[in-house]
Write a protein that binds this ligand. Sequence first.
Ligand SMILES: Cc1cc2nc3c(=O)[nH]c(=O)nc-3n(C[C@H](O)[C@H](O)[C@H](O)COP(=O)(O)OP(=O)(O)OC[C@H]3O[C@@H](n4cnc5c(N)ncnc54)[C@H](O)[C@@H]3O)c2cc1C
Length: 444
Amino acid sequence: MSRNLVRQLRMRPRVGQSPIPSQSARVIPSGGCHSFSSTARQRIMEMSCFTGNQVLVRETVGDVCKQFPNTYWRERDRTEEDPKEFHAALAQGGWLGIALPKSLGGTGLGISEATIMMQTIAESGAGMAGAQSIHANVYATQPLAKFGTKEQKESIIPKIISGEWRTCFGVTEPNTGLDTTRLTTIAKKKGDGSYSVSGQKIWITCAQVARKMILLARTAPIEEAKKPSKGISLFCIDLDRSAPGLEMRKIKKMGGRAIDANEVFFENYKIPANALIGAEGHGFRMILHGLNAERCLLAGEALGLGYAALKRAAEYARDRVVFQRPIGMNQGIAHPLADAYMKLEAAKLATYHAARLYDNSRQDSSIRQDDVGVAANSAKYLAAEAAFTACERAVMTHGGMGYAVEYDVERWLRDCFVPRIAPVSREMILNFISEKVLELPKSY
Ligand SMILES: Cc1cc2nc3c(=O)[nH]c(=O)nc-3n(C[C@H](O)[C@H](O)[C@H](O)COP(=O)(O)OP(=O)(O)OC[C@H]3O[C@@H](n4cnc5c(N)ncnc54)[C@H](O)[C@@H]3O)c2cc1C
């Protein structure tokens, strides 16, 4: 498939035109409603009307993932080696540009398709390691594509889509955590227009392998800003490890071990004037633009983990015989899995509703960003919790073997804490819904 199919997908259908040329090996009728289901039998998602292109994304990304079986991901998790072959295979298929404009070499599809792609990757068994190997390239490039100059976009985005360069996203700081607007990393403007960056970032995924970082830093001290969210700027910087003032240290972590997470230290690290994205001091607003999209992607990743674990648990419950009958004949095993299935399906509805709302809001100004925010945050919360339920029950269904690496479910359980914690925690989503939907007093 690869390039060819991506080219087909780029040709968005006009009204009455099939999105898929007739020579395509896959026959997915255009128009009408399509479905994809992670379970073979009842398909409650049939009601949710995916497009032919969306189902095609799922199938073709799934084909790429089949080249990377669980043995690959288990080994990468053990050795903590970057899955660069997987990143390269997706880049070769053109998938890293799924939600980037066609003019820059992307496919020009939406966050709905990108979410389907991320679900498919995680669900293939790759888990968070597979998803995180490309996550920032798909998502952190969005503000650059929207607010960057022509020169920035044309010199950077095609290289990220082709896989030549990788990128990471530098927001979180050790001393401010979720209170992002109080971040203290500072980019001081010099007489020649360049900047000198000092400060510390933490938990930066893929910093070891990234050539670029989308960096959020203060260009005006918080005391001088009208609001904490002002005076923050967005940059797309080179991570030049041979230059003075840049150091990074890998964090040992619980899951997704193939993917590096890092503390990054800047000390008078020089970046050129043209690294600034958009207007100085308006970086926080630009980041907000992409946050709802990222929540949708994370929700998709969580769903993938949950469905992978549930499928594996049901297989085991059918096959494992104890007391002369399959363990799945015991309701103590069957009911928690049935409950996990319903939670995942409900979260899936919420996820693709949010992604569709996000995509529609680009054309339809009557869709308020606040409403997209409520949908995207709710979806991320529900999908992460449903994934946790499914992964934990999958381990328990396996009894002792749930604790064995070779059954994969322990890996997925370790992975599934990531969408619960990042990019925003459960508690902050509950705070947000309390305030924005229930109109309760702001608590933070
Ligand atoms: C694997 C992984 C990868 C990551 N990748 C990246 C990345 O690439 N780039 C990046 O910038 N960041 C990344 N992060 C960081 C991530 O976004 C943060 O960890 C997350 O936003 C939580 O911030 P914190 O860890 O500082 O928690 P804290 O802000 O210290 O919060 C700690 C706990 O207190 C709770 N809490 C805090 N304040 C309140 C309140 N007012 N009300 C209720 N509860 C509250 C939180 O919900 C949380 O449970 C990653 C994190 C992980 C674990």
